[in-house]
Design a protein. Structure first.
Lengths: 423, 156
């Protein structure tokens, strides 16, 4: 397995098959629609990706043919649903190269996964005064749960600063690691700037320092590159299905098996217990210990189809395509007078955050929208990142496997119109 | 496409957005509030000076925002001077109506200055851009909060 960085440097020229872009676009029904009479140009994949026919069909099919509650019934439909549900877990395990599907916990999404880790580690492993390191690049979902734990348990929160180009200050990271550090929670790819963080190196350094757990938020990474949790050495790794061309409402938390089994449960209820009396209950082993209540069954079927979809297309091909788009977009956007790109780290995913001198991101967003171009305009749930660059908001164009250079051209053309209007 | 957008971004709005009027913090302001748009991060401070009779003698603002929110704040400061608290609230009600309805309301509870209404009419283009109504009304919500003695208000 290759990490993203390695793959960018040596894309294995012979082995990379190109994406059949026409076929890929045909797989996504929504790309056929028009917005305000213009073809949709969807450049907001980092917020949530569109869904291919394969995912839609898998979700429809389970509801039309096999749906029942999982792990419950003796009847045929329950068995079929359980097979589909557990099949999704196996696929997620293979996707991340986990050792076993018992290491895959289904959550509502990455946000819930991080809350689960913060809560359960807070109950089980972390003591007042223990230090947790996060980074300046984090999405709010990897900041707020730790602040809540700090306020509840008295842990100490430390933040790795970033450099002007949006990369992490690794020197500062090394200095923050100490015998008091018990946890590092870092993003794999920044959702607001696109920076790819050197997680493998960061994990190795944490492990060299001592008994430090590392959680990686892989929401933006899993859609774009092959992730190998064992190669990275991550203790926890999480992503949301909806950013991987799957449905909203389900996410994956990978955790090392013995680590998961050492943690107390998250929520109580059905599904997570082995026995209940009115006096006490005992809990199942991971992953079921962390999955109280009826899970997102239909969504799991969708996630399985999404994983199959990206793996069939091939990660090397997806990555080569997206890196091509990033480089084309960066070049084209840089030629616009007064446009400033935020996040110029050498290792970047296909996300371009920018401002225009003459117009506010919100106004740019409205004008792009009327031209059928969907972007995010705002703080991208990463206000500390915005504060670092002293802007309230940026425009973010984020690219997925279905985007084209012609769509970059459409974006650039409308930005020229913005300049025409705003001077 | 540009024609439609020019309905929203009229010259007056672009001008007020770029060169907002009354963009200052008056020393004698006796009511103020901070308004924050959670969705986009726009942030406005509205400063009001009311005399003993409750008449607004000065209105100014500071802050950061898009062309719509800055222009709206700027135009608001120009229309509030000389109004009573009640008239200012009534004007906001009418302004909110014109940002969200194509037809004028049947009648206003308080008689409004036609000149002020005409000045504000320029922002009515937002009615075709529902997600931008909050931008146009942020200054007004904040002004109301200042009158109510609230210090913070946020919209989303």
């Amino acid at each position: 397995m290759t990490t993203m960085t390695e793959a960018i440097r040596s894309p294995g020229a012979n082995s990379v098959k190109a994406l059949d872009l026409e076929q890929v676009r045909a797989d996504f029904p929504v790309l056929r629609r028009e917005v305000y009479g213009r073809p949709l140009v969807y450049l907001d994949t980092a917020a949530s990706a569109q869904k291919p026919r394969q995912v839609i069909d898998a979700m429809t099919s389970i509801m039309e043919e096999s749906y029942a509650n999982v792990h419950r019934g003796v009847h045929r439909l329950s068995q079929e649903s359980t097979d589909l549900f557990e099949g999704a877990r196996e696929r997620a395990a293979r996707l991340l190269n986990a050792e076993s599907s018992d290491e895959i916990v289904f959550t509502r999404g990455a946000t819930e996964a991080i809350n689960l880790v913060a809560f359960c580690c807070g109950e089980g492993l972390l003591q007042a005064g223990d230090e947790v390191i996060i980074t300046a690049l984090e999405h709010h979902s990897n900041i707020v749960p730790w602040q809540m734990l700090r306020d509840r348990k008295g842990i100490v929160l430390k933040v790795v600063p970033m450099l002007d180009d949006g990369s992490l200050d690794l020197e500062a990271y090394r200095k923050l690691l100490s015998e008091r550090t018990r946890m590092v929670a870092t993003t794999h790819i920044s959702n607001s700037l696109g920076t790819i963080t050197p997680v493998k190196k960061m994990i190795a350094e944490a492990k060299a320092q001592g008994d430090i757990l590392v959680l990686v938020d892989g929401c933006q990474a899993v859609p774009h590159c092959q992730v190998d949790v064992r190669d990275l050495g991550a203790d926890f790794y999480t992503f949301s299905a909806h950013k991987l061309y799957g449905p909203s409402g389900i996410g994956v938390l990978y955790g090392r098996k013995e680590l998961l089994n050492s943690l107390p449960p998250y929520q109580g209820g059905g599904e997570m217990i082995s026995s209940v009396t009115m006096e006490k209950s005992s809990f199942k082993a991971a992953p079921h210990r962390f999955e109280a209540g009826t899970p997102a069954i239909v969504e799991a079927a969708g996630l399985a189809a999404a994983i199959d979809y990206v793996q069939t297309l091939d990660y090397d091909a997806i990555q080569a395509h997206e890196q091509g788009l990033l480089s084309y977009a960066t070049t084209q956007l840089s030629q616009i007078d007064g446009l400033r790109i935020f996040g110029t780290a050498p290792e970047k995913a296909a996300i371009v955050s920018f401002t225009l001198e003459s117009a506010h991101p919100h106004d740019i967003g409205t004008i792009l929208d009327r031209a059928g171009v969907a972007v995010r305009a705002g703080h991208h749930c990463a206000q500390p990142v915005m504060d670092r660059f002293e802007v309230a908001a940026t425009v973010r164009a984020s690219f997925g496997l279905y985007n084209t250079e012609a769509e970059v051209d459409a974006l650039v053309a409308v930005l020229h119109k913005v300049k025409e209007l705003f001077g | 496409m540009l024609d439609e957008l020019r309905e929203l971004y009229q010259e007056v709005i672009l001008d007020h957005g770029k060169n907002p009027r009354n963009f200052r913090h008056p020393d004698d302001a006796n009511r103020s509030a901070h308004g924050y748009n959670l969705m986009c991060g726009d942030t406005l401070f509205i400063y009001l000076t009311l005399d003993e009779e409750g008449v607004i003698t000065d209105c100014a603002f500071k802050g950061k925002g898009c062309a719509i929110s800055l222009a709206s704040a700027s135009l608001m400061t120009q229309t509030l001077k000389g109004l009573t608290e009640q008239q200012a609230r009534a004007l906001f009600e009418r302004f909110h109506w014109l940002c969200t309805h194509d037809e004028p309301p049947e009648e206003d509870a308080v008689e409004l200055d036609p000149e002020a209404l005409e000045r504000l009419e320029v922002l009515s283009g937002v009615r075709d851009f529902p997600v931008r109504v909050k931008c146009a009304t942020l200054a007004w919500h904040t002004m109301t909060a200042a009158l109510d003695g609230q210090q913070e208000v946020s919209t989303e």
